[in-house]
Write a protein that binds this ligand. Structure first.
Ligand SMILES: *Cc1c(COP(=O)(O)O)cnc(C)c1O
Length: 398
């Protein structure tokens, strides 16, 4: 019998759980877009966004998803015939590279596979073989959501400095902003992209490109920038519509305002601590399950694991069986495996992910783990014991 009736938990790595307060803020009649509180509310969103990104630079808002943010960032950094370097640690690194190629930007990839982080030394070696101005930008993902690999952004900056490249450092923080600590200015990041539907807890529809003075200066020297993606009017609007290159994303702004308040009220450090502790509870349970069965964490070294998403594998087809069971029997939707196999690979049905980003707390994570434990029992999937106890100990220590 299904026991799924009740509050559902969408534990996929985005879109994430939406706070009721965000939804309530969005549930309102259409606001005036020419004057009134929406204008001030938007102006007040910008400094809080920059606080979450830990930057004194600029924040441009776009009405799109993460893919749009990729294109927006590229359109302000390079034109057809320019060259960028991509360090790939999963599907999303390749996605950004593909976007660049389709814009006519020459794109080289340094591949780090599906289970390892970027080796900064390799980036340095690669850059060292070319002129300082050979690449316009180096593109990396802070967290690649497909593999749950977390990269050391500061180390990549150091490698770029050592190699004396003039390239901008552009970082995809779509899965990490508001989940894993990210220090845009301190780490020397020139351009950063994010979206609202993951750590920022707002339904999909807004994306952000943060950039510094160095990137702004480079952008001004480009031969052209497509009008819609041009970040310049969006960060210095003379008229309200210029924030968005057209009509404002009215209701999303009300939602984002409340979501940013939730983050500010909890405190950014506490938000990071919560994500880190919940992630450690998940890993502790997975380590225990792994003792007596096929379950494996995708990333071996905890230092290189995301605090927002955990990629896992079982023997195929148990990953898919488990997802189907938790959804249909318990109201818990787990994430599919992404980019870990080709569509015809029989191992594909072994991969799955836990999303634990944004509006999640200890009881939800303990519920997730207990539900997975029940799924193992229901489906006769071999697993080690004492996983829930191991997770509970982490939660108990706080
Ligand atoms: C989700 C995600 C994307 C893509 O965002 P969409 O909103 O689905 O276009 C890109 N990069 C990373 C790291 C992501 O997590």
């Amino acid at each position: 019998m299904s026991l799924a009736s009740g509050v559902e938990y969408l534990a996929i790595p985005g879109p994430s759980v939406m706070p009721d307060a965000v939804l309530r803020a969005m549930h309102r009649p259409a606001p005036n877009i020419y004057d009134g509180d929406l204008i001030d509310l938007t102006a007040n969103i910008i400094p809080r966004l920059k606080h979450v990104a830990q930057t004194d630079g600029y924040a441009a808002i776009y009405m799109c998803n993460g893919h749009g943010a990729w294109e927006a960032a590229l359109a302000n950094m390079a034109i057809r015939g320019d060259r960028v370097l991509v360090a790939a640690t999963g599907r999303f690194g390749h996605g950004w590279a593909e976007m660049a190629r389709r814009m006519g930007i020459e794109t080289d990839i340094v591949e780090f596979g599906n289970t390892s982080p970027i080796d900064a030394q390799q980036i340095q070696n690669h850059l060292g073989r070319h002129d300082p101005d050979y690449y316009r930008a180096v593109l990396i993902t802070h967290v690649d959501t497909s593999t749950s690999v977390k990269n050391d952004v500061a180390a990549v900056r150091q490698a770029m400095d050592q190699a004396k490249t003039s390239a901008l450092l552009a970082v995809d923080c779509i899965a990490s902003l508001g989940c894993d600590q990210f220090l845009m200015d301190a780490w020397g990041v020139d351009v950063m992209v994010a979206a609202c539907q993951k750590g920022l807890m707002v339904p999909p529809g807004l994306a952000f490109v943060f950039f510094n003075d160095r990137a702004a200066e480079r952008q001004r020297a480009l031969d052209y920038v497509s009008m819609y993606w041009d970040w310049a009017p969006r960060v210095a609007p003379e008229m309200f519509y210029q924030y968005f290159g057209g009509t404002a994303p009215t209701h999303h702004l009300y939602g984002l305002d409340v979501a940013l308040n939730l983050i500010m009220d909890e405190g950014l450090d506490n938000v990071f601590h919560r994500h880190a502790t919940l992630a450690r509870a998940i890993w502790a349970a997975c380590d225990a399950w792994a003792q007596g069965g096929a379950l494996r964490l995708n990333v071996a070294d905890p230092q290189h694991r995301s605090h927002a998403v955990t990629a896992l594998r079982l023997n195929a087809p148990d990953g898919t069986r488990l997802r189907n069971w938790t959804q249909s029997h318990a109201g818990l939707t787990l994430g599919i495996g992404l980019g870990m196999s080709t569509p015809t690979d029989p191992k594909g049905d072994g991969f799955f992910r836990f999303g634990h980003m944004g509006h999640v707390n200890a009881q939800m994570i303990m519920g997730l783990l207990g539900t997975v434990q029940a799924g193992f029992a229901a489906l006769d999937i071999d697993h080690g014991t004492a996983a829930i106890e191991a997770a509970a100990r982490i939660i108990a220590q706080g």
